[in-house]
Design a protein around this ligand. Structure first.
Ligand code: 6GU
Length: 224
């Protein structure tokens, strides 16, 4: 999987995506991730990437020219399966979309800012628009990181058996069951006895029951 992220705030990506699972996936050569500073594609001497909205109104709009220059340059090197614009008015992201997207190879993520991007970018360059929930962020950068993390962990070979994505919450539209580790008793708080019984089938049945119970209590909407 390859993800190219276009942003006017490249520094925000220093750190978060260079840790843990994401870092390991890049070290293993399973994932390539490159951050592109939109300012590097500016066409004027002040390195501007935004301008006032035609027709007036508050807020700046990201211009089409630097975005097109950046995307066109990337497309000369490889084909892209999706150009995803991160925006609060996009399709609300969920595990089902993550699963579908994870089967694709090459992505461009475009991070919105200010009052958004020139509509012609969305009409002619973007193939998919995604929001990560019904609240407003200052820009698409955090959303791009959420998307990158959720897709990278689904790339075959990134997770080992123990961290397998198959047992994640939401993967069967069920929340994950409770988990415990040593000590078996702490301050008188005991773990469920079944977990130390050694009876695999019963433990599996207990976990399924707990997952269902938790989903019914917290997210009945997932059960349809
Ligand atoms: Cl993708 N961008 C911004 N700016 N805010 C959001 C979002 C995206 N998703 C939820 N809120």
């Amino acid at each position: 999987m390859r993800i190219d992220i276009i942003t006017c705030l490249p520094d925000l990506f220093e750190g978060p995506l260079t840790q843990s699972i994401v870092k390991r996936s890049m070290d293993k050569g399973l994932v390539e991730l490159e951050i592109h500073n939109l300012r590097d594609y500016s066409t004027n001497k002040h390195q501007n990437v935004d301008d006032y909205a035609f027709g007036g109104g508050a807020g700046m709009v990201l211009m089409i020219e630097p975005i097109d220059k950046c995307i066109t340059g990337l497309k000369e090197k490889r084909d892209y399966d999706e150009v995803i614009y991160l925006t609060p008015d996009g399709e609300t992201y969920n595990q089902s979309i993550a699963n579908q997207l994870s089967l694709k190879e090459n992505f461009i993520f475009l991070c919105g800012h200010y009052k958004g991007v020139d509509q012609r970018v969305r009409d002619h360059l973007v193939t998919k628009e995604i929001s990560i929930g019904d609240y407003v962020l200052s820009g698409g950068e955090l959303a791009a990181m959420v998307l990158a993390d959720s897709l990278i962990r689904l790339v075959p070979g990134v997770l080992n058996d123990e961290t397998s994505a198959l047992s994640d919450s939401f993967q069967d539209n069920l929340l994950a069951p409770p988990v415990y580790t040593r000590p078996a008793e702490y301050k008188g708080w005991k773990i469920p006895e079944i977990l130390t019984s050694g009876h695999e089938a019963k433990i599996e049945a207990w976990r399924n029951e707990q997952a269902l119970k938790r989903t019914e209590e917290r997210r009945p909407d997932l059960l349809g």
